[in-house]
Design a protein around this ligand. Structure first.
Ligand code: XCC
Ligand code: SF4
Length: 625
């Protein structure tokens, strides 16, 4: 990975990125890659997870010379506590996003907002039914009130299990109970993790890791799943549509606005505002030909899935997008937003707007979005962007390359539709070995890697092996830019996958949404398992997060493994200082939950490891290769 001064070609595989990195050098702008060099080599204690700052008898760090902290905690306990809190950060991120969605839905149900509405009534009623809420002959909003309360209950501490647990195959539910990892309430599990990892509580590393699994399951099967389902109810369940990707989606002659973050509650309103005639007219008065909205990271995924809004880039492209000099304004909600964006924006004419009280950035302007003012605030933000257009310096604008086409919008519902309404064709294709298995490749960028090298190459290798790939999060942009998210990409797939996807008219790599939408993958896996009558862990499935960086990615990996899906990571979390935690993660969990992690930085070798696992699972089901 990183050593001193990698040249620009080694920093990213993409032309648009390399071109902007050159411009950054010319313009004297620092990026994440530069700052990483100032941070390397990293602290070995931190990297292996054996630095403890949990109380003021310390901080303590574990070495041969000092194998115990002041309180007597050893490497295993310290690593387990640190990792437990790392996972808690991720679970809290997704789930608090989910809570914000419930609050919006609650406000709609109680008539407290004119800005948000129930868009997919059918889905709302179906979910109400599923969760045991009476729907027959009732007013829609009355059902919605009960459903909002039911969702809130999954966050609390009065339950034995969260609401969507009914989706999990029976055999696994029993196992989770037996292991004591059945998630009871989203907030409860996060709080319990913080409690257990206080000095003097859970001093058994394996026991702490099991709580990590329970808490992460709460994220996957409740916090994230609720975020996804409510977003569909409020903004529409995604269906297949075309979109475009890379920095070429920015427009030379238009007001460019970027949305960044995660929650569609802000970005959907911005989208409505940029389509208003009055605001378009205003942009024209200022000399632009129109207003162009593009997404970054997961809020980009949300808008693309439902509305076909173009994606400017993934995590490591966020600074580079501003360096084009063509962005008037970037509006953010929360998560994965580098604080550096304020400084990069200051090097150009780009204004940064924050919208959530829980995610403010010094130097940015705060325009608080609430349930009753979303539309009004969105218009205000768009007006600011238009004003900014007159400040753009055309001599400093450089928009690289032409955008690449892609297909998006594969919610579980849309995928079922594409299959003709039932999973049978997919199961038949799996049985016949035409689709040998499926792998979700998800997550982030990390400047420790050549940007998107692993994301793209792993995807390519797997489809060659007749393995269907599902992407979410920042891997989406990588796969899209590589031309893998269009039906024509079947030419790069193995013969079986080519035949099936060709017949269905779908790409061999399917975009299922943002990071909370990994819940869609869980649901699809559960539907498949239930249909066949096995556990998820029996299916020829795997997951991967090759270039991950965030706490959320670790939590996703953990709930995916705990749900029975073998998961590859490009690099380990900061756990290698503990033999107990490392061995559990890389093997021991397999005996407990039917899956474990594997670590491999090389995407070609990772593809082999995943392929082996899929072979093994196929064999277990008595399927021929
Ligand atoms: Fe963030 Fe979700 Fe990672 Fe991208 S993939 S860098 S977590 S935006 Ni979630
Ligand atoms: Fe040191 Fe123990 Fe305090 Fe951690 S909890 S800082 S190991 S004394």
């Amino acid at each position: 990975m990183t050593e001193k001064t990698r040249n620009i070609e080694e920093r990213s595989i993409w032309d648009d990125a390399q071109q902007m990195l050159r411009k950054a050098e010319r313009d004297g702008v620092e990026t994440a890659w530069d700052r990483l060099e100032h941070q390397t080599p990293h602290c070995k204690f931190g990297e292996s997870g054996v630095c403890c700052r949990i109380c003021t008898m310390g901080p303590c760090r574990i070495s041969k010379k000092a194998p115990l902290g002041v309180c007597g905690a050893g490497a295993d306990v310290i690593v387990a506590r640190n990792f437990g809190r790392f996972l808690a950060g991720g679970a809290a991120g997704h789930s608090d996003h989910g809570r914000d969605c419930i609050e919006a839905f609650h406000a709609v149900a109680h008539g407290e907002t004119q800005d948000y509405h129930i868009k997919d009534e059918k889905k709302m009623l179906r979910i109400a039914d599923e969760l045991g809420i009476a729907t027959e002959g009732r007013e829609l909003l009355d059902v919605a009130k009960d459903l909002a309360d039911e969702f809130f209950e999954s966050f609390g501490s009065r339950r034995e299990e969260v609401g969507f647990i009914g989706r999990v195959p029976e055999k696994q539910r029993e196992n989770w109970k037996k292991l004591g990892i059945m998630p009871r309430g989203v907030d409860r599990e996060i709080t319990e993790m913080m409690h257990r990892t206080h000095m003097g509580c859970d001093n058994d590393a394996a026991n702490t890791l099991l709580q990590g699994a329970r808490m992460s399951l709460g994220d996957g099967w409740a916090g994230s799943m609720i975020a996804t389902e409510i977003s569909d109810i409020l903004f529409g369940t995604p269906s297949p549509r075309k979109a475009q990707v890379n920095l070429g989606v920015l427009k030379n002659d238009q007001v460019n606005i970027l949305v960044h973050g995660h929650n569609p509650i802000v970005s959907e309103k911005i989208l409505e505002a940029v389509n208003e005639k009055e605001l378009i007219e205003l942009a024209k008065e200022k000399g632009a030909t129109g207003i162009n909205l593009a997404g970054l990271c997961c809020t980009g995924n949300e808008l693309m899935m439902r509305q076909g809004i173009p994606m400017a880039g993934n995590h490591l492209m966020t600074e580079l997008a501003i360096i084009t000099g063509a962005v008037e304004l970037i509006v953010v909600d929360y998560q994965c937003i580098m604080p550096s964006l304020v400084q990069v924006g200051n090097c150009y004419h780009t204004k940064m707007i924050t919208t959530a009280d829980k995610a403010r950035f010094t130097g940015a302007e705060h325009v608080k979005f609430a349930m009753d003012n979303g539309m009004e605030q969105a218009r205000k933000v768009v007006r600011m962007a238009i004003e900014r257009y007159t400040m753009r310096n055309p001599d400093r604008v450089e928009i690289p390359c032409e955008p690449v086409d892609m297909m998006t919008g594969f919610s579980t519902e849309a995928l079922l539709d594409a299959l003709g309404g039932s999973l049978t064709p997919l199961i038949d294709a799996i049985k016949a070995g035409k689709i040998r298995g499926a792998v979700g490749i998800v997550g982030c960028n990390n400047p420790k890697y050549k940007h998107d090298y692993c994301n793209v190459n792993l995807t390519r290798e797997l489809i060659k092996k007749d393995i269907l790939v599902i992407v979410t999060g920042c891997v989406t942009t990588a796969a899209g830019k590589a031309g893998l998210l269009v039906p024509d990409a079947i030419e790069q797939a193995g013969p079986g996958l080519k035949e099936i996807c060709g017949a269905l008219g779908i790409p061999p790599v399917i975009h299922m949404g943002s990071c909370v939408d990994n819940a869609r993958i869980l649901q699809l896996a559960a539907l498949l398992a239930n249909e066949i009558g096995v556990a998820i862990s029996d299916l020829p499935l795997a997951a991967s997060s090759p270039e991950w960086y965030s706490e959320k990615a670790a939590t996703i990996g953990t709930y995916v493994v705990a749900s029975g899906i073998y998961t590859h990571l490009g690099h380990p979390p900061n756990i290698t200082g503990s033999p107990i935690i490392t061995n559990l993660a890389l093997g021991g969990l397999d005996d407990l939950v039917g899956a474990c992690f594997c670590i491999e930085p090389d995407p070609f070798k990772a593809a082999e490891l995943i392929d082996e696992r899929i072979k093994m699972k196929r064999k277990g089901l008595g399927l021929e290769e």
